[in-house]
Write a protein that binds this ligand. Structure first.
Ligand code: ATP
Ligand code: FE
Length: 356
């Protein structure tokens, strides 16, 4: 099977071609991502209207590039997969309309994909991971533990009750005057910092559930910064590095502790497949990765994380999630709707009707 995938739910316009031969792991034939960072940088966040327009402008070019890079034509495809939510609605609509246009012109079947399912299934594209497995999705907009049992069968064990960790990294960078996206710049600063100098809280760590909270870390950081900042000269390099190191260590600790909890619950029911997969942009963080690997070692669990390019937003994950749905018989019609909200533990877009 060969699928084209389209992604436009946030600030990356992406198209990709994924192919799976019977009995083999799927292959990414091409994955094109046009980022929009410069378009939004002056505004301190993604501007939905600007994003939607840029997606509408770039999607067709992206598709042409993806087909060309993969060395295939529309005739070689079996279906078109497209992110149908959740995300910024204008962008999601641009993608869905583009996919419908191609489907109408070619007669190819259309498969709507949940963006989060795309992230959650990526470990099966990049590694030998069988169902079920425990998934930790840690990105700019999400943080949740899911048991993945099939392409549309997810059970949520818990998640953040406020900010996502990526958001917390981004806000931290902003508070310290570091460039966006915050994750990589905070990680870099933290390399030369002392994680013990500032005592960051470990929110919800005592609670025996799988819920997390990150907004308090940002508040704590702001308070600490204001205590040490010199009105004239600002923060010293070392201050900034120590704040980043303390913040990052707190995030890693909280994630490790809650992962231990989620894994215990998961393993009690699924001892035959002890696997933790992580995905989402924050999974790129080396300190967080190391903390999670330690927990997995303790609990004799396989740890897997896709390479960075497939952890952040891309269309290969959408094409792959679409491929799994398609193989299971899923087809969407021209009534496929774009949904701004779409929790993963609910199933296909067609069954749910319009947005919620
Ligand atoms: P979602 O997928 O939930 O809609 P998103 O698309 O914004 O959110 P991703 O593209 O998966 O999220 O990841 C981007 C986020 O990952 C940003 O918040 C970024 O700061 C964070 N990130 C990237 N690299 C790192 C890193 N090395 N350490 C920590 N965070 C990182
Ligand atoms: Fe994403």
């Amino acid at each position: 099977l060969t699928l084209l995938g389209l992604e436009s739910s946030c600030d990356d316009t992406a198209a990709a071609v994924v192919r799976q031969e019977p009995g083999k792991r799927a292959q990414v034939l091409s994955s094109i991502v046009f980022g929009q960072t410069e378009l939004h940088s002056a505004f301190g966040g993604v501007v939905p209207e600007i994003a939607a327009r840029a997606h509408a402008e770039k999607l067709d070019l992206c598709v042409v590039d993806a087909l060309q890079a993969a060395g295939v034509t529309l005739q070689d495809l079996d279906a078109i997969a497209v992110t149908a939510g959740p995300g910024l609605i204008g962008g999601v609509m641009s993608g869905v309309m583009c996919a419908k246009g191609i489907a109408a012109a070619t007669g190819l079947p259309l498969v709507g994909v949940n963006h989060l399912a795309g992230h959650a299934l990526t470990p099966r594209l990049t590694d030998d991971v069988a169902y079920p497995y425990l998934m930790l999705l840690v990105s700019g907009g999400h943080c949740q533990y899911l048991i993945a049992r099939g392409p549309e069968d997810f059970t949520r064990l818990g998640g953040t009750i406020d900010d996502a960790p990526g958001e917390a990294f981004d806000k931290t960078a902003r508070l310290l005057g570091l460039p966006q996206p915050g994750g990589p710049s905070v990680q870099k600063e933290a390399e030369t910092g002392d994680p013990k100098r500032f005592r960051f809280p470990r929110p919800l760590i005592q609670r025996q559930d799988c819920n997390l909270s990150f907004s308090g870390l940002k508040t704590a950081l702001m308070r600490m910064r204001d205590q040490i900042v010199d009105e004239k000269s600002g923060l010293t390099r070392q201050d900034r590095a120590d704040l980043c190191a303390g913040f990052q260590a707190a995030v890693a600790d909280v994630l490790a502790s809650k992962t231990r909890r989620a894994l215990a619950i998961y393993l009690a029911e699924n001892p035959a497949t002890p696997t933790l997969a992580v995905a989402g942009g924050v999974a790129a963080n080396t300190a967080i990765r190391a903390a999670l690997e330690t927990v997995c070692d303790e609990l004799n669990t396989q740890f897997t994380a896709p390479p960075l390019a497939l952890c952040t937003d891309n269309a290969a994950m959408i094409a792959y999630a679409g491929l799994e749905r398609f193989r299971a018989g899923a087809r969407d019609g021209m009534d496929l709707t774009a949904r701004p909200r779409w929790p993963l533990d609910q199933s296909s877009p067609a069954m749910l009707g319009s947005g919620r």
